[in-house]
Design a protein around this ligand. Structure first.
Ligand code: NDP
Length: 461
Protein backbone atom coordinates (compact mmCIF):
# COMPACT_ATOMS: atom_id res chain seq x y z
CA UNK A 1 0.00 0.00 0.00
CA UNK A 2 1.39 3.37 -1.01
CA UNK A 3 2.14 5.91 1.72
CA UNK A 4 0.09 8.50 -0.17
CA UNK A 5 -3.67 9.16 0.00
CA UNK A 6 -3.91 8.65 -3.78
CA UNK A 7 -1.87 7.11 -6.56
CA UNK A 8 -3.00 10.00 -8.78
CA UNK A 9 -4.53 13.35 -7.99
CA UNK A 10 -5.76 15.38 -10.96
CA UNK A 11 -6.39 19.11 -10.89
CA UNK A 12 -9.04 19.99 -13.47
CA UNK A 13 -11.96 17.81 -14.61
CA UNK A 14 -12.02 18.82 -18.26
CA UNK A 15 -11.75 16.43 -21.19
CA UNK A 16 -8.08 15.57 -20.60
CA UNK A 17 -8.20 15.30 -16.81
CA UNK A 18 -11.31 13.15 -16.87
CA UNK A 19 -9.90 10.77 -19.50
CA UNK A 20 -6.59 10.31 -17.64
CA UNK A 21 -8.31 9.88 -14.25
CA UNK A 22 -10.86 7.36 -15.48
CA UNK A 23 -8.28 5.27 -17.30
CA UNK A 24 -5.93 5.28 -14.30
CA UNK A 25 -8.78 4.33 -11.93
CA UNK A 26 -9.97 1.57 -14.27
CA UNK A 27 -6.43 0.23 -14.25
CA UNK A 28 -6.66 -0.07 -10.46
CA UNK A 29 -5.15 3.22 -9.28
CA UNK A 30 -6.67 5.20 -6.40
CA UNK A 31 -7.58 8.49 -8.02
CA UNK A 32 -8.89 11.84 -6.79
CA UNK A 33 -9.86 14.79 -8.99
CA UNK A 34 -10.59 18.43 -8.10
CA UNK A 35 -12.68 20.81 -10.19
CA UNK A 36 -13.41 24.40 -9.17
CA UNK A 37 -16.14 25.10 -11.74
CA UNK A 38 -18.08 22.25 -13.36
CA UNK A 39 -17.02 18.71 -14.30
CA UNK A 40 -16.67 18.59 -18.08
CA UNK A 41 -14.34 21.55 -18.46
CA UNK A 42 -14.21 24.20 -21.15
CA UNK A 43 -15.17 21.97 -24.07
CA UNK A 44 -18.34 20.57 -22.54
CA UNK A 45 -19.44 23.45 -20.33
CA UNK A 46 -18.43 26.66 -22.15
CA UNK A 47 -16.62 25.76 -25.34
CA UNK A 48 -16.92 23.30 -28.21
CA UNK A 49 -20.23 21.68 -27.26
CA UNK A 50 -22.43 24.71 -26.43
CA UNK A 51 -20.71 26.58 -29.30
CA UNK A 52 -21.71 23.87 -31.76
CA UNK A 53 -25.31 24.04 -30.50
CA UNK A 54 -25.30 27.79 -31.19
CA UNK A 55 -23.79 27.11 -34.63
CA UNK A 56 -26.70 24.78 -35.41
CA UNK A 57 -29.12 27.49 -34.25
CA UNK A 58 -27.48 30.03 -36.58
CA UNK A 59 -27.61 27.59 -39.51
CA UNK A 60 -31.40 27.31 -39.16
CA UNK A 61 -31.55 31.08 -39.59
CA UNK A 62 -29.98 30.74 -43.05
CA UNK A 63 -31.99 27.62 -43.89
CA UNK A 64 -35.33 29.46 -43.65
CA UNK A 65 -34.18 31.91 -46.34
CA UNK A 66 -32.54 29.29 -48.52
CA UNK A 67 -35.58 26.98 -48.46
CA UNK A 68 -37.59 29.54 -50.46
CA UNK A 69 -35.78 28.64 -53.67
CA UNK A 70 -36.87 25.05 -53.08
CA UNK A 71 -40.52 26.03 -52.90
CA UNK A 72 -40.97 26.43 -49.17
CA UNK A 73 -42.75 29.35 -47.58
CA UNK A 74 -42.07 29.79 -43.91
CA UNK A 75 -44.44 32.19 -42.20
CA UNK A 76 -44.23 33.84 -38.82
CA UNK A 77 -40.66 32.67 -38.34
CA UNK A 78 -39.21 34.01 -35.15
CA UNK A 79 -36.26 33.25 -32.96
CA UNK A 80 -36.27 32.97 -29.17
CA UNK A 81 -32.80 33.40 -27.64
CA UNK A 82 -34.01 32.55 -24.13
CA UNK A 83 -35.43 29.26 -25.35
CA UNK A 84 -32.18 28.39 -27.13
CA UNK A 85 -30.10 29.15 -24.04
CA UNK A 86 -32.46 27.20 -21.75
CA UNK A 87 -32.36 24.16 -24.04
CA UNK A 88 -28.59 24.45 -24.40
CA UNK A 89 -28.20 24.64 -20.61
CA UNK A 90 -30.35 21.54 -20.20
CA UNK A 91 -28.13 19.63 -22.61
CA UNK A 92 -24.97 20.84 -20.87
CA UNK A 93 -26.42 19.75 -17.49
CA UNK A 94 -27.08 16.33 -18.99
CA UNK A 95 -23.51 16.00 -20.25
CA UNK A 96 -22.12 17.29 -16.95
CA UNK A 97 -24.13 14.54 -15.20
CA UNK A 98 -22.71 11.88 -17.53
CA UNK A 99 -19.15 13.04 -16.87
CA UNK A 100 -19.72 12.93 -13.09
CA UNK A 101 -21.31 9.48 -13.32
CA UNK A 102 -18.50 8.12 -15.46
CA UNK A 103 -15.89 9.33 -12.98
CA UNK A 104 -17.79 7.87 -10.04
CA UNK A 105 -18.41 4.56 -11.80
CA UNK A 106 -14.68 4.29 -12.40
CA UNK A 107 -14.13 4.83 -8.67
CA UNK A 108 -12.64 8.34 -8.88
CA UNK A 109 -13.20 10.62 -5.84
CA UNK A 110 -14.49 14.02 -7.00
CA UNK A 111 -13.75 17.18 -5.00
CA UNK A 112 -15.74 20.26 -6.01
CA UNK A 113 -13.12 22.76 -5.03
CA UNK A 114 -10.18 24.73 -6.28
CA UNK A 115 -6.97 22.82 -5.61
CA UNK A 116 -3.44 24.17 -5.46
CA UNK A 117 -0.13 22.36 -5.51
CA UNK A 118 1.81 22.53 -2.25
CA UNK A 119 4.70 20.25 -3.07
CA UNK A 120 5.78 17.36 -5.31
CA UNK A 121 3.21 15.06 -3.70
CA UNK A 122 0.82 17.44 -1.92
CA UNK A 123 -2.31 19.22 -3.09
CA UNK A 124 -4.31 21.66 -0.97
CA UNK A 125 -8.10 21.49 -1.35
CA UNK A 126 -9.14 25.09 -0.84
CA UNK A 127 -12.85 24.67 -0.01
CA UNK A 128 -12.21 21.78 2.33
CA UNK A 129 -9.23 23.51 3.94
CA UNK A 130 -7.09 20.37 3.94
CA UNK A 131 -4.23 18.71 2.12
CA UNK A 132 -4.19 15.40 0.28
CA UNK A 133 -1.11 13.53 -0.86
CA UNK A 134 -0.56 11.64 -4.10
CA UNK A 135 2.24 9.68 -5.70
CA UNK A 136 1.61 11.53 -8.96
CA UNK A 137 -0.12 14.85 -9.55
CA UNK A 138 -1.65 15.65 -12.95
CA UNK A 139 -2.24 19.30 -13.86
CA UNK A 140 -5.13 19.46 -16.33
CA UNK A 141 -6.38 22.93 -15.44
CA UNK A 142 -6.91 24.06 -19.04
CA UNK A 143 -6.88 27.66 -20.20
CA UNK A 144 -8.94 30.82 -19.90
CA UNK A 145 -9.79 33.69 -22.24
CA UNK A 146 -7.17 36.41 -22.29
CA UNK A 147 -8.22 40.05 -22.15
CA UNK A 148 -6.01 43.02 -22.97
CA UNK A 149 -6.20 44.78 -19.62
CA UNK A 150 -4.12 47.69 -20.87
CA UNK A 151 -7.19 48.88 -22.83
CA UNK A 152 -9.21 51.39 -20.75
CA UNK A 153 -12.74 50.05 -20.35
CA UNK A 154 -11.66 46.48 -21.20
CA UNK A 155 -14.02 45.19 -18.47
CA UNK A 156 -17.03 46.45 -20.46
CA UNK A 157 -16.44 43.65 -22.98
CA UNK A 158 -17.23 39.98 -22.46
CA UNK A 159 -15.29 36.82 -23.35
CA UNK A 160 -16.52 33.46 -24.62
CA UNK A 161 -17.18 32.46 -20.98
CA UNK A 162 -20.04 34.95 -20.75
CA UNK A 163 -21.23 34.58 -24.36
CA UNK A 164 -23.12 31.40 -23.49
CA UNK A 165 -25.19 33.10 -20.79
CA UNK A 166 -26.28 36.39 -22.34
CA UNK A 167 -29.77 37.44 -21.23
CA UNK A 168 -30.72 38.53 -24.73
CA UNK A 169 -29.43 38.35 -28.26
CA UNK A 170 -27.37 41.48 -28.93
CA UNK A 171 -28.33 43.72 -31.85
CA UNK A 172 -24.84 44.84 -32.70
CA UNK A 173 -21.67 42.97 -31.76
CA UNK A 174 -18.02 43.98 -32.10
CA UNK A 175 -15.53 41.15 -31.79
CA UNK A 176 -11.80 41.65 -31.29
CA UNK A 177 -9.62 38.91 -32.81
CA UNK A 178 -9.24 36.91 -35.98
CA UNK A 179 -8.85 33.37 -34.66
CA UNK A 180 -11.17 30.43 -34.07
CA UNK A 181 -13.41 32.04 -31.46
CA UNK A 182 -13.73 35.43 -33.18
CA UNK A 183 -14.69 33.87 -36.52
CA UNK A 184 -17.06 31.29 -35.05
CA UNK A 185 -18.93 33.77 -32.88
CA UNK A 186 -19.09 36.33 -35.70
CA UNK A 187 -20.95 33.71 -37.76
CA UNK A 188 -23.17 32.66 -34.85
CA UNK A 189 -24.32 36.18 -34.00
CA UNK A 190 -24.72 37.10 -37.66
CA UNK A 191 -26.71 33.93 -38.37
CA UNK A 192 -29.03 34.79 -35.50
CA UNK A 193 -29.64 38.24 -36.94
CA UNK A 194 -27.19 40.61 -35.23
CA UNK A 195 -25.02 43.18 -36.98
CA UNK A 196 -21.43 42.02 -36.52
CA UNK A 197 -18.10 43.75 -36.87
CA UNK A 198 -14.81 41.87 -36.52
CA UNK A 199 -11.75 43.91 -35.58
CA UNK A 200 -8.49 42.14 -36.36
CA UNK A 201 -4.98 43.41 -35.78
CA UNK A 202 -3.45 41.77 -38.88
CA UNK A 203 -4.43 41.37 -42.53
CA UNK A 204 -5.31 37.66 -42.83
CA UNK A 205 -7.77 36.24 -40.31
CA UNK A 206 -7.18 32.59 -39.30
CA UNK A 207 -3.57 33.23 -40.14
CA UNK A 208 -2.34 29.85 -38.88
CA UNK A 209 -4.32 28.18 -41.65
CA UNK A 210 -3.44 27.91 -45.34
CA UNK A 211 -3.58 31.38 -46.89
CA UNK A 212 -6.27 30.34 -49.39
CA UNK A 213 -8.43 29.34 -46.41
CA UNK A 214 -7.88 32.72 -44.71
CA UNK A 215 -8.78 34.63 -47.84
CA UNK A 216 -11.83 32.47 -48.56
CA UNK A 217 -13.18 32.74 -45.01
CA UNK A 218 -12.61 36.49 -45.09
CA UNK A 219 -14.69 36.67 -48.29
CA UNK A 220 -17.38 34.41 -46.85
CA UNK A 221 -17.64 36.58 -43.74
CA UNK A 222 -18.20 39.57 -45.99
CA UNK A 223 -20.82 37.65 -48.01
CA UNK A 224 -22.54 36.86 -44.72
CA UNK A 225 -22.70 40.55 -43.96
CA UNK A 226 -19.99 40.63 -41.30
CA UNK A 227 -17.96 43.83 -41.42
CA UNK A 228 -14.27 42.97 -41.15
CA UNK A 229 -11.90 45.72 -40.05
CA UNK A 230 -8.25 44.74 -40.39
CA UNK A 231 -5.06 46.35 -39.08
CA UNK A 232 -6.84 47.69 -36.01
CA UNK A 233 -7.12 47.01 -32.29
CA UNK A 234 -9.21 48.45 -29.48
CA UNK A 235 -7.71 51.55 -27.90
CA UNK A 236 -10.48 52.31 -25.46
CA UNK A 237 -14.00 51.14 -24.64
CA UNK A 238 -16.53 53.56 -23.20
CA UNK A 239 -19.99 53.08 -21.75
CA UNK A 240 -22.78 55.01 -23.45
CA UNK A 241 -26.40 54.95 -22.31
CA UNK A 242 -28.24 51.69 -21.55
CA UNK A 243 -26.40 48.65 -22.92
CA UNK A 244 -24.60 50.72 -25.57
CA UNK A 245 -20.82 50.90 -25.58
CA UNK A 246 -18.35 52.55 -27.89
CA UNK A 247 -15.09 50.92 -29.04
CA UNK A 248 -12.38 53.34 -30.14
CA UNK A 249 -10.04 51.73 -32.66
CA UNK A 250 -6.36 52.35 -33.34
CA UNK A 251 -7.25 53.45 -36.91
CA UNK A 252 -9.02 56.53 -35.53
CA UNK A 253 -12.57 55.23 -36.03
CA UNK A 254 -15.08 54.26 -33.39
CA UNK A 255 -17.98 51.79 -33.47
CA UNK A 256 -21.00 51.50 -31.16
CA UNK A 257 -22.53 48.22 -30.09
CA UNK A 258 -24.53 46.64 -27.32
CA UNK A 259 -22.01 43.78 -27.05
CA UNK A 260 -18.24 43.90 -27.28
CA UNK A 261 -16.39 40.62 -27.23
CA UNK A 262 -12.74 39.77 -26.60
CA UNK A 263 -11.57 36.78 -28.65
CA UNK A 264 -7.86 37.51 -28.64
CA UNK A 265 -6.57 34.16 -27.47
CA UNK A 266 -6.49 32.04 -24.36
CA UNK A 267 -3.83 31.55 -21.69
CA UNK A 268 -2.91 28.51 -19.58
CA UNK A 269 -4.68 28.45 -16.20
CA UNK A 270 -1.63 28.37 -13.95
CA UNK A 271 -1.92 31.62 -11.98
CA UNK A 272 -2.05 30.94 -8.25
CA UNK A 273 -1.79 27.18 -8.74
CA UNK A 274 1.36 26.95 -6.59
CA UNK A 275 3.36 25.40 -9.39
CA UNK A 276 6.43 27.60 -9.39
CA UNK A 277 6.64 27.42 -5.59
CA UNK A 278 6.64 23.62 -5.96
CA UNK A 279 9.52 23.85 -8.44
CA UNK A 280 7.52 23.30 -11.64
CA UNK A 281 9.06 25.26 -14.54
CA UNK A 282 6.63 27.40 -16.51
CA UNK A 283 7.15 28.66 -20.04
CA UNK A 284 5.53 31.23 -22.35
CA UNK A 285 2.31 32.70 -20.98
CA UNK A 286 2.65 30.54 -17.86
CA UNK A 287 2.31 27.19 -19.66
CA UNK A 288 3.59 24.15 -17.76
CA UNK A 289 6.77 22.95 -19.46
CA UNK A 290 6.61 19.22 -20.09
CA UNK A 291 8.60 16.56 -21.90
CA UNK A 292 7.26 14.11 -24.48
CA UNK A 293 5.77 12.03 -21.63
CA UNK A 294 3.89 15.11 -20.29
CA UNK A 295 6.24 15.13 -17.27
CA UNK A 296 7.06 18.53 -15.77
CA UNK A 297 10.39 19.59 -14.28
CA UNK A 298 9.21 17.91 -11.02
CA UNK A 299 9.24 14.15 -11.73
CA UNK A 300 6.00 13.41 -9.83
CA UNK A 301 4.04 16.24 -11.47
CA UNK A 302 2.61 15.88 -14.97
CA UNK A 303 0.51 18.18 -17.14
CA UNK A 304 -1.72 17.69 -20.17
CA UNK A 305 -4.03 19.75 -22.36
CA UNK A 306 -4.29 23.53 -22.78
CA UNK A 307 -2.35 24.17 -19.55
CA UNK A 308 0.74 23.02 -21.48
CA UNK A 309 -0.07 25.17 -24.55
CA UNK A 310 0.99 22.52 -27.08
CA UNK A 311 -1.92 21.94 -29.47
CA UNK A 312 -4.96 23.42 -27.74
CA UNK A 313 -7.73 21.13 -28.92
CA UNK A 314 -9.99 18.83 -26.90
CA UNK A 315 -9.16 15.60 -28.74
CA UNK A 316 -5.46 16.34 -28.23
CA UNK A 317 -5.95 16.82 -24.47
CA UNK A 318 -7.88 13.55 -24.38
CA UNK A 319 -5.12 11.68 -26.20
CA UNK A 320 -2.42 13.27 -24.03
CA UNK A 321 -4.42 12.15 -20.95
CA UNK A 322 -4.77 8.64 -22.34
CA UNK A 323 -1.05 8.45 -23.20
CA UNK A 324 -0.19 9.56 -19.66
CA UNK A 325 -2.49 6.93 -18.07
CA UNK A 326 -1.20 4.18 -20.35
CA UNK A 327 2.41 5.07 -19.58
CA UNK A 328 2.11 5.58 -15.83
CA UNK A 329 -0.63 3.14 -14.81
CA UNK A 330 -1.03 0.53 -17.52
CA UNK A 331 2.56 -0.47 -18.24
CA UNK A 332 2.35 0.66 -21.88
CA UNK A 333 4.70 3.60 -22.47
CA UNK A 334 2.85 5.77 -24.98
CA UNK A 335 3.75 9.14 -26.50
CA UNK A 336 1.24 11.51 -28.03
CA UNK A 337 1.55 11.67 -31.79
CA UNK A 338 1.08 15.26 -32.98
CA UNK A 339 1.32 14.56 -36.72
CA UNK A 340 -1.65 15.29 -38.95
CA UNK A 341 -4.17 16.45 -36.35
CA UNK A 342 -7.36 17.48 -38.16
CA UNK A 343 -8.76 20.94 -37.37
CA UNK A 344 -12.07 22.67 -37.98
CA UNK A 345 -13.46 26.14 -37.66
CA UNK A 346 -17.25 26.14 -37.38
CA UNK A 347 -17.75 29.25 -39.44
CA UNK A 348 -20.43 29.69 -42.14
CA UNK A 349 -19.44 27.81 -44.23
CA UNK A 350 -17.05 25.83 -42.03
CA UNK A 351 -13.37 25.01 -42.48
CA UNK A 352 -11.71 21.59 -42.31
CA UNK A 353 -7.98 21.23 -42.50
CA UNK A 354 -5.36 18.54 -42.00
CA UNK A 355 -1.62 18.62 -42.59
CA UNK A 356 0.61 21.35 -43.91
CA UNK A 357 -0.61 24.67 -45.23
CA UNK A 358 1.08 25.47 -48.56
CA UNK A 359 3.49 28.01 -47.03
CA UNK A 360 4.73 25.48 -44.46
CA UNK A 361 4.97 22.67 -47.00
CA UNK A 362 7.15 24.87 -49.23
CA UNK A 363 9.60 25.27 -46.35
CA UNK A 364 9.63 21.56 -45.55
CA UNK A 365 9.60 19.81 -48.95
CA UNK A 366 11.89 20.41 -51.92
CA UNK A 367 9.03 20.32 -54.37
CA UNK A 368 5.35 20.97 -53.70
CA UNK A 369 2.40 20.46 -56.05
CA UNK A 370 -0.87 22.27 -55.44
CA UNK A 371 -4.31 21.25 -56.65
CA UNK A 372 -7.28 23.45 -55.94
CA UNK A 373 -10.83 24.05 -56.97
CA UNK A 374 -13.37 26.70 -56.02
CA UNK A 375 -17.01 26.19 -57.00
CA UNK A 376 -20.59 27.02 -56.14
CA UNK A 377 -22.08 23.94 -54.46
CA UNK A 378 -25.14 22.48 -56.16
CA UNK A 379 -27.41 23.19 -53.19
CA UNK A 380 -26.83 26.90 -53.68
CA UNK A 381 -28.13 26.92 -57.25
CA UNK A 382 -31.79 26.93 -56.20
CA UNK A 383 -31.31 28.39 -52.74
CA UNK A 384 -29.59 31.44 -54.14
CA UNK A 385 -27.00 31.32 -51.35
CA UNK A 386 -23.72 32.77 -52.50
CA UNK A 387 -21.34 30.68 -50.42
CA UNK A 388 -18.66 28.89 -52.38
CA UNK A 389 -16.62 25.79 -51.66
CA UNK A 390 -12.83 25.75 -51.81
CA UNK A 391 -10.77 22.57 -51.82
CA UNK A 392 -7.02 22.41 -51.87
CA UNK A 393 -4.54 19.54 -51.87
CA UNK A 394 -0.90 20.08 -50.94
CA UNK A 395 1.28 17.29 -52.34
CA UNK A 396 4.95 16.46 -51.73
CA UNK A 397 6.16 16.56 -55.34
CA UNK A 398 8.91 13.98 -54.75
CA UNK A 399 6.96 11.22 -52.98
CA UNK A 400 3.49 12.13 -54.35
CA UNK A 401 2.23 11.98 -50.74
CA UNK A 402 -0.73 14.24 -49.92
CA UNK A 403 0.58 16.26 -46.99
CA UNK A 404 -2.22 18.80 -46.65
CA UNK A 405 -5.94 19.01 -47.37
CA UNK A 406 -7.78 22.27 -46.77
CA UNK A 407 -11.48 22.82 -47.35
CA UNK A 408 -13.93 25.67 -46.82
CA UNK A 409 -17.49 24.63 -47.53
CA UNK A 410 -20.54 22.88 -46.20
CA UNK A 411 -19.57 19.60 -44.56
CA UNK A 412 -15.84 20.42 -44.49
CA UNK A 413 -15.25 19.26 -40.87
CA UNK A 414 -17.00 15.95 -41.55
CA UNK A 415 -15.00 15.43 -44.77
CA UNK A 416 -11.72 16.28 -43.11
CA UNK A 417 -12.19 13.81 -40.26
CA UNK A 418 -12.38 11.00 -42.87
CA UNK A 419 -9.64 12.46 -45.06
CA UNK A 420 -7.36 12.67 -42.01
CA UNK A 421 -7.34 8.86 -41.80
CA UNK A 422 -6.02 8.57 -45.34
CA UNK A 423 -3.57 11.47 -45.02
CA UNK A 424 -2.17 10.08 -41.77
CA UNK A 425 -1.83 6.67 -43.40
CA UNK A 426 0.29 8.26 -46.16
CA UNK A 427 -2.17 8.44 -49.05
CA UNK A 428 -0.72 9.60 -52.38
CA UNK A 429 -2.24 11.91 -54.97
CA UNK A 430 -2.32 8.97 -57.35
CA UNK A 431 -4.51 7.05 -54.88
CA UNK A 432 -6.86 10.03 -54.76
CA UNK A 433 -7.00 9.88 -58.57
CA UNK A 434 -7.66 6.14 -58.51
CA UNK A 435 -10.65 6.57 -56.20
CA UNK A 436 -14.00 6.66 -57.97
CA UNK A 437 -16.05 9.80 -57.47
CA UNK A 438 -19.39 9.69 -55.63
CA UNK A 439 -21.82 11.77 -57.63
CA UNK A 440 -23.39 14.23 -56.96
CA UNK A 441 -21.50 15.37 -53.88
CA UNK A 442 -19.15 18.24 -53.19
CA UNK A 443 -16.56 15.81 -51.84
CA UNK A 444 -16.22 14.13 -55.25
CA UNK A 445 -14.19 17.13 -56.36
CA UNK A 446 -11.42 15.87 -54.07
CA UNK A 447 -10.77 12.93 -56.37
CA UNK A 448 -11.34 14.85 -59.60
CA UNK A 449 -8.60 17.46 -59.38
CA UNK A 450 -6.23 16.58 -62.22
CA UNK A 451 -4.56 19.87 -63.17
CA UNK A 452 -1.73 21.15 -61.04
CA UNK A 453 -2.32 24.70 -59.96
CA UNK A 454 0.18 27.01 -61.59
CA UNK A 455 0.26 30.50 -60.10
CA UNK A 456 -0.19 33.23 -62.67
CA UNK A 457 3.20 34.61 -63.65
CA UNK A 458 3.49 38.35 -63.95
CA UNK A 459 5.34 39.05 -67.18
CA UNK A 460 7.47 42.13 -67.01
CA UNK A 461 6.44 44.71 -69.63
P1 NDP B 1 -6.60 32.16 -31.48
O1 NDP B 1 -5.21 31.94 -31.03
O2 NDP B 1 -7.22 31.25 -32.46
O3 NDP B 1 -6.75 33.63 -32.05
C1 NDP B 1 -6.44 34.75 -31.29
C2 NDP B 1 -6.66 35.96 -32.16
O4 NDP B 1 -6.46 37.13 -31.39
C3 NDP B 1 -5.67 36.00 -33.32
O5 NDP B 1 -6.34 36.48 -34.46
C4 NDP B 1 -4.63 36.99 -32.82
O6 NDP B 1 -4.00 37.71 -33.84
C5 NDP B 1 -5.47 37.95 -32.01
N1 NDP B 1 -4.70 38.61 -30.97
C6 NDP B 1 -3.81 38.06 -30.13
N2 NDP B 1 -3.31 38.97 -29.30
C7 NDP B 1 -3.90 40.14 -29.60
C8 NDP B 1 -3.80 41.46 -29.10
N3 NDP B 1 -2.96 41.77 -28.12
N4 NDP B 1 -4.58 42.41 -29.67
C9 NDP B 1 -5.42 42.12 -30.67
N5 NDP B 1 -5.56 40.89 -31.20
C10 NDP B 1 -4.80 39.91 -30.68
O7 NDP B 1 -7.45 32.23 -30.12
P2 NDP B 1 -8.99 32.09 -29.82
O8 NDP B 1 -9.22 32.91 -28.61
O9 NDP B 1 -9.82 32.34 -31.02
O10 NDP B 1 -9.10 30.55 -29.47
C11 NDP B 1 -8.26 30.00 -28.48
C12 NDP B 1 -7.94 28.58 -28.76
O11 NDP B 1 -9.07 27.79 -28.51
C13 NDP B 1 -7.56 28.29 -30.21
O12 NDP B 1 -6.20 28.46 -30.45
C14 NDP B 1 -7.97 26.86 -30.36
O13 NDP B 1 -6.89 26.08 -29.99
C15 NDP B 1 -9.12 26.70 -29.39
N6 NDP B 1 -10.41 26.70 -30.11
C16 NDP B 1 -10.66 25.75 -31.05
C17 NDP B 1 -11.86 25.72 -31.72
C18 NDP B 1 -12.10 24.68 -32.75
O14 NDP B 1 -11.37 23.70 -32.79
N7 NDP B 1 -13.08 24.84 -33.63
C19 NDP B 1 -12.90 26.70 -31.45
C20 NDP B 1 -12.52 27.67 -30.46
C21 NDP B 1 -11.33 27.66 -29.83
P3 NDP B 1 -2.79 37.07 -34.71
O15 NDP B 1 -3.43 36.11 -35.65
O16 NDP B 1 -2.23 38.26 -35.39
O17 NDP B 1 -1.87 36.44 -33.74
Amino acid sequence: MSAYDYDLFTIGAGSGGVRASRMAAMAGARVGIAEEYRVGGTCVIRGCVPKKLLVYAAEFGHAFHEAKGYGWTAQNVSFDWTKLIENKDEEIDRLNGIYIRNLKNAGVDIFETRAVVKGPHTVHLVKEGRDVTAERILIAAGGAPWVDESVPGHELAITSNEAFHLERLPKHVIIAGGGYIAVEFACIFRGLGAEVCLVYRGEDILRYFDRDISVQVHEELKRLGVRVVTQAVFEKIEKLSGDEKRAYLSNGHHIDADLIFWAVGRRPNTAGLGLEEAGVALGRNGAVKVDEWSRSSVPSIFAIGDVTDRVNLTPVAIREGAAFAETEFMGRPTKMDYDFIPKAVFSTPPVGSVGYPEHEARKRFASVDIYKTDFRPMKNTLSGAEHRTLMKLVVDGESDRVVGVHIVGEGAPEMIQCLAIAVKAGVTKRQFDETCALHPTSAEELVLMREKFVPEMKIAP
